[in-house]
Design a protein around this ligand. Structure first.
Ligand SMILES: Cc1cc2nc3c(=O)[nH]c(=O)nc-3n(C[C@H](O)[C@H](O)[C@H](O)COP(=O)(O)OP(=O)(O)OC[C@H]3O[C@@H](n4cnc5c(N)ncnc54)[C@H](O)[C@@H]3O)c2cc1C
Length: 376
């Protein structure tokens, strides 16, 4: 059997970054992916991902996002690629919504730079937006977007340059603590990190008996009528909870100078990752078309392009990070908000695999909390 210190199974957002961080620390790394990342079959494609600091999902994420910013900049320096663009973020909703109150809680608890803007202030400062009169926005200053495909490619490039052995188009068939089986061969390793995204729930790991679900999401690009309103300087990224606490829409400035990406999550039907319909149908476009008609009227409501993306959800929408058995770590359940953290999650994985523990605040992501969810 061939040997390595650590095997990384799945080389999307989390796996590519884990391979980079492990190789940076001098570990002998072997990595596997069933496709050739970056690709469009999982969760890490579509030109842009939001990164923000005033984390409405909980103040416990703030120290991790701070480290993630530093590591994104480190990856930019090492790879000589531009990966992170700062724009600020508008977290929009009624004042008592989870989106607004949760963002304010994190901002106040950690002393993050922010402003509270009334609907008319938002329109005056960032003219592309139309808020309802009963909505406000938390303007989170340390925020922007990262580039998913370029980020995954940069991390894999660095991992390879630092000696990692990367096997693409090689699906792992079986994982055990200390052992990985793929393409009729077996590798012996001290530690296995599994981060197969939407496929985490599909049975690769018998120990991963967790209620993770996969949903199908559509991202849609629209053409602006007035491009100057949608540049990264003029248009912060945003998340908009249009009805109470339900998070509905998110979007970006123009990244390519020609189109603006919008996503509206309205379908929570669980699906099997290998049975996902990859074709975009008119019904998939309709929620985003309706949304831009009301909130972003400068966008031409005729979609310019669109793509399907897979989202892996945990029951409480918090991450699942931890060592399941000696020599076996899982990174999963990133629930539509994990990409921004990928470099720091990769570094946490390196802590767990090489040091047997981490000083980072990951107790909130303990896998065994989900066993408790299942029993109740
Ligand atoms: C539409 C959408 C919008 C999002 N927006 C944001 C955002 O704005 N900000 C943010 O922070 N997050 C966002 N997210 C979430 C973020 O993109 C995900 O949390 C992140 O990409 C998950 O990364 P991953 O490594 O878990 O999965 P992936 O990147 O999908 O990687 C999993 C990899 O495992 C491989 N694999 C699967 N099975 C095997 C096997 N048996 N053997 C070998 N390899 C295997 C796959 O081929 C894949 O490459 C969004 C997600 C979606 C779907």
């Amino acid at each position: 059997m061939e040997r390595a210190d650590v095997a990384v199974v799945g080389l999307g957002a989390m796996g590519s970054m884990a391979a980079w961080r492990l190789a940076s620390r001098g570990a002998r790394v072997i990595g596997f992916d069933r496709y050739d990342p970056p690709h469009t079959m999982g969760s890490s494609h579509g030109q842009s991902r939001i990164i923000r600091s005033a984390y409405y999902e909980g103040p416990g994420y703030v120290p991790l996002v701070r480290e993630a910013f530093e590591l994104w900049r480190a990856l930019e320096r090492e790879s000589d690629e531009s990966l992170l663009t700062m724009t600020g973020a508008l977290m929009i909703g009624p004042p008592d919504s989870e989106l607004v109150s949760g963002s304010l809680l994190s901002a106040r608890e950690w002393g993050l730079e922010h402003e509270v803007l009334q609907a008319a202030d938002v329109h005056r400062r960032f003219p592309r937006y139309r808020l309802r009169d009963d909505e406000i926005a938390v303007y989170d200053i340390a925020a922007g977007f990262v580039r998913p495909e370029k980020g995954v490619a940069a991390a894999l490039g660095r991992a390879r340059a630092l000696g990692a052995k990367i096997h693409t188009n090689t699906a792992v068939e079986r994982v055990e603590p200390g052992e990985v089986h793929a393409g009729g061969k077996a590798w012996q390793v001290d530690h296995v990190i599994t981060c197969t995204g939407a496929w985490n729930a599909a049975g690769l790991l018998p120990a991963l008996d967790m209620p993770l679900e996969v949903t199908r999401q559509c991202m849609v690009w629209f053409r602006p009528r007035t491009p100057s309103l949608h540049t990264p300087e003029a248009a912060p990224v945003f998340v908009h909870g249009t009805t109470g606490d339900a998070i509905h829409a998110y979007g970006f400035p123009s990244v390519d100078g020609e189109t603006v990406k919008i996503g509206v999550s309205d379908d929570d039907t669980p699906q099997h990752p290998d049975a996902i319909d990859r074709v975009v149908h008119p019904a998939d476009l309709e929620p985003a078309v309706r949304y831009v008609g009301g909130a972003l009227p400068d966008l031409d409501p005729e979609p310019a392009r669109s793509v399907i993306c897979l989202q892996e959800n945990s029951p409480d929408r918090h991450f699942v990070i931890g060592t399941l058995a000696p020599g076996l770590t899982v990174l999963g359940g990133f629930s539509g908000h994990g990409f921004k953290f990928a470099p720091v999650i990769g570094d946490v994985a390196a802590d767990l695999a090489l040091d047997g523990g981490t000083s980072r605040p990951i107790e909130q992501f303990a896998p065994n909390r989900l066993a408790k969810v299942r029993r109740t």
